[in-house]
Design a protein around this ligand. Structure first.
Ligand SMILES: [Zn+2]
Length: 464
């Protein structure tokens, strides 16, 4: 069998693997390249994948950097396998992505027309291409053995990263022998609210392991949550307006969980909570449909109806006007809005109207990429530029680190070694991490003994 690395090699986006045997071609993830150097051209290039020749597509989870290029697979005639929750979230994310691609192309063409150039911008893909992929999605339970192609079975194991996230175990039979290959997907942190802990890697012949935070450990989750709760409770006593930039999938639901917990404890005044993101609202509704995928605590809250009652207390801002109504308000409130890195979305309007106000608090809990507005705020910028306007930062900007949806180095090693502390496979291939991060993780894994560690480049082929 040959496995070609299609992306996320020495970087954290564009995940994808093409698994080929004499009898079958299976694609694992097909994610979008994002951030620096990720132009349309890199995303459009689907070689060496030939959609019509694929026997199956298998998805680890519904983040854009794992599913975002699926609509480029025109002519796909096979099933796209994922957990039930991943199917629902992938549809939401792909439809949103198509809308963004179409909007960007239309805007560029208007600009080109104004400058006398030919309006030749074409969206990476649109709604029709997403419809085609969605119609091929097949939802599965965790731990179920699924025959996805001739001689290849797949099994999803909970990866604890976002709702529906999974590591994928492939058992591949060729010439009478069966080999096990595991794709970690993105591995979550232990002890995070809502989600179950990641299920450790099963014994395998070859493991593809993510390495996003391969060079460091996060501080313990309970410390992080205690800090987050303390800040929110103090803000409530101080009658502050609090702005919380948030990703729509995962982070928004986690924040709502913490806020519901604070309200339940009743140690601080009740403050109205606004979820100002149509995408986060829809993602939360999808989360609420899959309580069986939650950890024990959240499943209990869902089953008793308490989670539904608590969500009913959240003010949902669907229309732009509902969002604008909040801009000028000075009332104590908590506003959760996208985007997570403050590089777009409704949070920009909230920041423009409030950053200059003393007494307002901005609570940053997300990873902020270099160059993003969120990163500038984390770094203590005194003024920032929003919508071509310089805005003075007088608000109290607080950063809570450690809330990552990714395991740190210790968590990755624990996932890879399970309870035995012995490597799950003799060969491990590190992907989904910058070179520095995966280099440090490679050293740590080599130190365990018993496995060889590879750090391949994009399009490298692994033979087994
Ligand atoms: Zn992810």
């Amino acid at each position: 069998m040959q496995i070609t690395i299609l992306g996320a090699a020495g970087e954290v986006t564009g995940s994808g693997y093409l698994v080929q045997t004499a009898r079958a071609n299976v694609l694992i993830d097909f994610g979008m390249f994002q951030g620096r150097g990720a132009g349309d051209e890199k995303n459009r290039e689907i070689d060496p994948v030939v959609p019509a020749r694929l026997d199956a597509v298998v998805l680890t989870h519904a983040h854009l950097d794992h599913v975002g290029r699926l609509p480029l697979l025109t002519g796909l005639a096979c099933a796209v396998h994922a957990t039930h929750a991943s199917c629902a979230l992938a549809e939401l994310i792909l439809r949103d992505s198509a809308k963004i691609q179409e909007g960007d192309a239309a805007r560029e063409n208007r600009w080109k027309e104004r400058t006398g150039a030919t309006p030749d911008a074409v969206a990476l893909y649109g709604t029709a291409e997403v419809d085609a992929i969605v119609s091929r999605m097949r939802g599965h339970d965790y731990e179920q053995l699924i025959e996805v192609a001739d001689g290849i079975t797949a099994r999803f194991q909970d990866a604890g990263h976002i709702l529906g996230s999974a590591s994928v175990e492939l058992r591949v039979t060729e010439g009478g022998t069966t080999k096990t290959v595991v794709f970690s997907g993105d591995v979550g942190q232990k002890c995070m609210p809502i989600l179950r802990d990641p299920v450790p890697c099963p014994p395998a012949d070859l493991v593809f392991l993510e390495s996003t935070y391969g060079d460091r450990d996060h501080r313990p989750a309970d410390e992080t949550f205690a800090e987050l709760r303390a800040i929110l409770e103090q803000s409530a006593w101080q009658k502050r307006k609090v702005l919380v930039p948030s990703f729509a999938v995962g982070r928004a639901q986690l924040l709502l969980h913490v806020l519901a917990e604070i309200a339940r404890d009743g140690r601080s005044p009740v403050v109205p909570v606004y979820l100002d993101s149509p995408m986060a609202i829809r993602a939360t509704e999808i989360y609420n449909k899959f309580p069986d995928d939650f950890d024990d605590e959240s499943r209990g809250l869902a089953r008793s109806g308490q989670a539904r009652r608590e969500f009913a207390n959240v003010n949902l801002c669907v229309t732009p006007q509902q969002s604008r109504d909040l801009n000028e308000s000075w009332d104590p409130s908590i506003v959760i809005a996208g985007s997570g890195m403050c590089d777009g979305g409704r949070i920009l309007h909230h920041l423009r109207h409030n950053l200059w106000r003393r007494g307002v608090q901005v609570l940053l809990t997300s990873f902020m990429a270099d160059g993003s507005l969120g990163r500038k705020l984390v770094d203590g910028a005194k003024t920032v530029r929003i919508f071509r306007e310089d805005v003075v930062v007088r608000a109290d900007v607080r950063t809570v680190g450690g809330l990552s949806a990714h395991a740190g180095q210790g968590g990755l090693i624990e996932w890879f070694t399970g309870a035995s502390q012995k490597p799950a496979a003799p060969r491990v291939v590190l992907t989904h991490g910058e070179d520095r991060q995966r280099g440090v993780l490679a050293q740590a894994l080599t130190g365990l003994g018993g496995c060889t560690v590879a750090q391949p480049k994009r399009f490298e082929v692994i033979e087994i």
